[in-house]
Design a protein around this ligand. Structure first.
Ligand code: UDP
Ligand code: MN
Length: 350
């Protein structure tokens, strides 16, 4: 009898042990899954992962039976780098299939907001900007262009296709172009908070003194999108015009920085651009309280932000060239470029 009891007891003990091990195993793997999902849904530096939950950036579902050119895994652009060290694509002509991408994003019924500032004499650039956007920017998609100006009566009449519209907001004039340029982050932040939440998926913030020459479309969509500045992309990082005074919140130390990005074009999912604008604005204002203005205003703050918060998609200088600059051989197409302007004539101060 004692012998039998002992046997039963040890069997019970063994079973408990096995069950315990099994429980731990299942519980642990469950925890791994949960924490993985959490990282995916909450982007670094973002207050909420709302837009990501909507999944626009992740589920790339192509329509069934779509026919397109076979992609190659061994042949492609070799004259340029098409991926960053953190594995974000760098978009150059020849790296994407526009037909495929458009059909993927058409099914998602996405909407895109654009912000453009035309304060003071910069209103003169708006007509060309808007007309060329109609020809090249997300053609066939829902696009809402938000114009900020102190001269609402001078906003040109531009015929826009179905699903596209212009929304004009009045902003105060300013005697300093630096202030106009820098206040953009604040107004973008407020626009997103007050008007765009729940209505827009992506937003692009663009300079008005520019025009479109070629396609800018769904290939540019991503969580956080930055454009490589055409003026510095062949240079060593020591030559990048980052803010170099440690006292500024836009400071980038020697030996740091990936690329030099444009302040004249950036974008991404609404929540991501909101975080970017909010951060740049508060850093800019904190600097101002201490009497510091970064070398290139919001462009400097954008560059220090992107150094930490890596963009998930990088657009090549095809996406913001400069008209005065001769085209380099690796640039097969210019999609958007800054027009030549006489600074003394159009800016309120020098
Ligand atoms: N801006 C404006 N009025 C001004 C100065 C600037 O509306 O008097 C806006 C405009 O959208 C412009 C942007 O701020 O495209 C950036 O300024 P700018 O284009 O002069 O800078 P750059 O591209 O020459 O560095
Ligand atoms: Mn500009």
């Amino acid at each position: 009898m004692p012998f039998l009891n002992c046997k039963i007891l040890s069997t019970i003990l063994m079973l408990t042990l096995i069950l315990g091990v099994l429980y731990c195993y299942i519980f642990q793997s469950y925890r791994v899954v949960v924490s993985f999902e959490k990282t995916e849904e909450t982007p670094v530096g973002s207050s909420s992962g709302k837009s990501l939950v909507r999944g626009h950036d992740f589920n790339l579902v192509a329509p069934n039976h779509l026919q397109y050119k076979q992609p190659s895994i061994i042949h492609g652009r070799t004259d340029v780098v098409t991926v960053t060290p953190w594995l974000a694509p760098v978009v150059w002509e020849g790296t994407f299939n526009p037909v495929l991408l458009d059909s993927i994003y058409k099914q998602k019924n996405i909407s895109i907001a654009v912000t453009v500032f035309a304060v003071g004499k910069y209103i003169m650039f708006l007509k060309n900007f808007l007309e060329t956007a109609e020809q090249h920017f997300f053609v066939g998609f829902k696009v809402h262009v938000y114009v900020f100006t102190d001269r609402p009566k001078e906003v040109p009449e531009v015929k826009m296709a179905a699903g596209r519209k212009l929304i004009v907001s009045s902003v105060p004039s300013s005697n300093r172009w630096q202030e106009i340029s820098a206040r953009r982050m604040e107004l973008i932040q407020i626009l997103i908070e007050e008007k765009l939440q729940n209505y827009t998926d992506y937003i692009f913030c663009l300079d008005v003194d520019s025009k479109f020459h070629g396609r800018w479309g769904t290939e540019s969509l991503g969580r956080l999108v930055a454009v490589i500045h055409p003026g510095y992309y062949r240079d060593d990082r020591s030559k990048f015009p980052y803010e170099r005074r440690p006292a500024s919140r836009a400071y980038v130390a020697p030996g740091e920085g990936d690329f030099y990005y444009c302040g004249g074009a950036f974008g991404g999912l609404l929540q991501e651009v909101h975080m970017l604008a909010k951060t740049c604005r508060s850093n800019f204002e904190a600097d101002a309280r201490e009497g510091i203005e970064a070398a290139w205003q919001e462009e400097s703050h954008l560059n220090s932000y992107m150094w930490v918060n890596k963009p998930s998609k990088v657009l090549s200088p095809e996406y913001l060239w400069q008209d005065f600059k001769a085209r380099n051989p690796e640039v097969h197409i210019i999609r958007f470029s800054g027009v030549v302007k006489n600074y003394a004539e159009i800016r309120p101060n020098v």
